[in-house]
Design a binder for this molecule. Structure first.
Ligand SMILES: [Cu+2]
Length: 175
């Protein structure tokens, strides 16, 4: 447990650094490339606007949309709306877009012990292309990002423990 606690702490620290960091390395010339390679926590990688896509989630642990189609590098604004009523600690939802080569089962098993970082495991931070906040009932959050430039199928999941495993996932199809 001690090891886990320190992992949580370092994960939180990394997140905090990521949020406040604006070093030269994050100011990439090509925003779409940055979006594909880094996380949405870097403001430099975020478009100021994008095609609006609304996704709902509820207590049945499903997204209402399991496919999103986008053009390579397209600016998107995904809003997740939690229409459920069960409290966040037992039924939180988020929308996490991951790199195409992400090992989803490994992500899910590490997410289960990453409560300190809203179930985004620090070891998978570089696989997260975009993510909303973890939402309680009747909350919503929007994440703006550039679709990856490389055509392909990019998985999105709810990182709350157990939810991906029961089907709370979908794909961003870039073509
Ligand atoms: Cu969920």
């Amino acid at each position: 447990m001690k090891n886990h606690s320190s992992l949580f702490l370092s994960g939180a620290l990394l997140l905090a650094l990521g949020l406040t960091g604006c070093g030269p390395s994050e100011r990439a010339a090509d925003p779409a490339e940055t979006a594909a390679a880094a996380t949405s926590t870097s403001d430099a990688a975020r478009p100021s606007a994008g095609r609006a896509i609304a996704i709902t989630a509820n207590d049945t642990m499903k997204f209402n949309m399991i496919e999103i189609h986008a053009k390579p590098g397209e600016a998107l604004a995904v809003t997740l709306i939690n229409e459920g009523t069960v409290p966040k600690f037992s039924m939180g939802h988020d929308w996490v877009l991951l790199a195409a080569d992400t090992d989803l089962n490994a992500f899910a098993s590490e997410a289960a012990t990453a409560a300190g970082t809203d179930y985004i495991p620090a070891s998978f931070k570089d696989k997260v292309l975009a993510a909303t906040k973890l939402l309680g009932p009747k909350e919503s959050d929007t994440v703006r990002f550039y679709a990856p430039k490389t055509p392909g199928r990019y998985p999105y999941i709810c990182a709350f423990p157990g939810h991906m495993q029961v089907g709370m996932k979908g794909e961003l199809i870039v073509e």
